[in-house]
Design a protein around this ligand. Structure first.
Ligand SMILES: NC(=O)c1ccc[n+]([C@@H]2O[C@H](COP(=O)([O-])OP(=O)(O)OC[C@H]3O[C@@H](n4cnc5c(N)ncnc54)[C@H](O)[C@@H]3O)[C@@H](O)[C@H]2O)c1
Ligand SMILES: [Zn+2]
Length: 461
């Protein structure tokens, strides 16, 4: 507990839930428990997602108090709560599950909170989680995840660097101090920013500014910016170092990690690219406060994937450790298979249907939304192949819904066309392959029974 003299109130405890009645009942019970303790008094306050929607209010609340999210175990049943989920995920220092079917749900949630306060007076999640990816030839990438991770930038800029080219987009509000001369180069919004002429423009501007081989690129943004910034760094002067400051959930757990970078051609996505490992990946959790809900939810689709790649109950962790754990899984898979010969394929769990949906729907679905549906489809297929049981399929549905994602293909998709597209997936080297769950975990499986593939689609409409 804090060493403040008894009588000085500690930071307030904010109890928040999508159900205001539930938050109030738990807060009442927590107050009772805390009143009986001799330690520092604690103000117990009730809040709601609506009160925390404003970014500044949310940041202040998170900084100045301890925010506990009471999450009903069936909270995923209502998908319209995606906006609330984004607010609560970014606000909460801790998550307590509320067992709606159990007799003592409120009591036990209050017990859990009181116990947390006893174990760890400030209830804060670790500010940073750090780890290092080490590649066979000694290259390494530092990964830092946390509130304020971007402020660590200076620690990773090489001594000989004189200029930092910050590549970013408008609307991304992350302050950076590189400690040396820096200049920001803004690139266009959206997937179309990943174009060869944008690479040409950027590199010309670097040359005019006098950037040398000793200087570096810092890409600040989502996957579009890190794919583009990484590729520019990989090719300017035959390769200069890059650091990624990942500001979308998808970027933090996926795109910024692993060294794949590149741009699109009119003929297809990511057709020109390189493997170029960043010196560091800084996953700025504060940035997620301003991410539009749909982008946040899309990132949740990739998060759901990691649950089945050995992540365990990631959905029960607060955001910082949840992102850190997912980033670590990707890092481990990549360091074992940097150039995508084998194991790296498991990262495509849920992606065969996702890619087909993106193509058939002309990218109407965000990537992670498509992955969420793809995970359900992969589970249904695995069950039909006798690889997993109904309970495991139900777990897929629970996890995907719990992240605010749909488990169904929206109206208007031609299901026969989707099966055609499976065969054209660029990862389909020999016939149609899927990444499927099974007794040995997630692995690549060839599935050539097209009528089974088509029938299984009926389970996700
Ligand atoms: N290299 C890889 O291994 C890899 C893996 C997965 C995806 N990708 C690529 O990533 C791209 C998708 O990335 P994405 O989903 O991050 O989309 P994105 O980069 O387009 O970002 C989504 C939107 O959010 C905005 N944004 C970013 N950070 C913000 C913030 N903190 N606050 C407010 N707005 C913010 C962006 O400006 C953009 O408008 C695709 O091009 C995909 O091919 C690459
Ligand atoms: Zn993906």
């Amino acid at each position: 507990m804090s060493t403040d003299p008894a009588g000085t109130p500690g930071p307030p405890l904010v109890i928040v839930s999508t159900e205001s009645g539930l938050a109030r009942s738990v807060a009442e019970q927590v107050s009772k428990r805390l009143d009986n303790r001799a330690e520092q008094p604690v103000d117990v306050v009730v809040s709601s997602p609506a009160e925390l929607t404003d970014v500044e209010v949310r940041r202040r609340t998170r900084r100045n108090s301890r925010v506990v999210w009471i999450r009903p175990d069936d909270h995923g049943a209502q998908q319209e709560h995606a906006a609330d989920l984004a607010v609560l995920s970014t606000a909460a220092n801790a998550i307590v599950e509320f067992d709606r079917s159990g007799p003592n749900g409120v009591e036990s949630a209050a017990d859990d909170i009181a116990a947390m306060l006893g174990d760890n007076g400030d209830l804060s999640t670790p500010a940073y989680v750090e780890r290092q990816m080490v590649f066979g030839d000694g290259r390494h990438t530092d990964i830092v995840v946390g509130h304020g991770a971007a402020q660590r930038l200076k620690d990773f800029i090489p001594d000989r660097c004189r200029r930092v080219a910050v590549v970013s987009q408008s609307g991304i509000d992350v302050e950076l101090d590189c400690g040396v001369e820096q200049r920001t180069f803004e690139v266009p919004q959206g997937e179309t920013a990943k174009r060869l002429d944008v690479v040409g423009d950027l590199t010309s501007q670097f040359a005019q500014w006098g950037m040398t081989r000793a200087d570096i690129v810092v890409a600040v943004g989502g996957g579009v910016v890190t794919d583009l910034g990484g590729f520019v760094a990989a090719t300017y002067h035959r390769g200069i170092p890059v650091i990624h400051v990942a500001t979308t959930l998808l970027g933090q757990i996926d795109a910024a990690i692993g060294g794949k970078c590149g741009v699109n051609l009119p003929e297809g996505k990511n057709l020109v690219g390189a493997f170029w490992q960043p010196l560091a990946v800084l996953c700025e959790i504060d940035a997620l406060d301003t991410l539009p809900t749909r982008e946040f939810t899309s990132g949740m689709g990739e998060l759901a994937k990691y649950h089945f790649l050995g992540g365990g109950h990631l959905d029960r962790l607060p955001l910082t450790p949840r992102v850190a754990r997912s980033a670590a899984i990707k890092a481990d898979v990549v360091t074992g298979d940097e150039r995508e010969g084998g194991r790296r394929a498991v990262l495509n769990y849920g992606h065969t249907l996702a890619h087909a949906l993106e193509t058939a729907g002309d990218y109407e679905l965000r990537h992670g939304e498509a992955v969420g549906i793809g995970l359900i489809y992969a589970a249904e297929l695995a069950q039909r192949l006798g690889r997993i049981d109904a309970e495991r399929v139900a777990e897929h549905r629970r996890v995907v819904r719990g992240y605010g994602l749909s488990t169904e293909i929206p109206d208007g998709y031609d299901l026969d066309l989707l099966v055609e597209l499976f065969a054209r997936d660029k990862k389909a080297l020999d016939g149609i392959t899927f990444v499927l769950d099974g007794p040995n975990g997630v692995e690549v499986v060839a599935v050539d029974d097209r009528s089974l593939l088509r029938e299984t689609l009926d389970a996700v409409v």
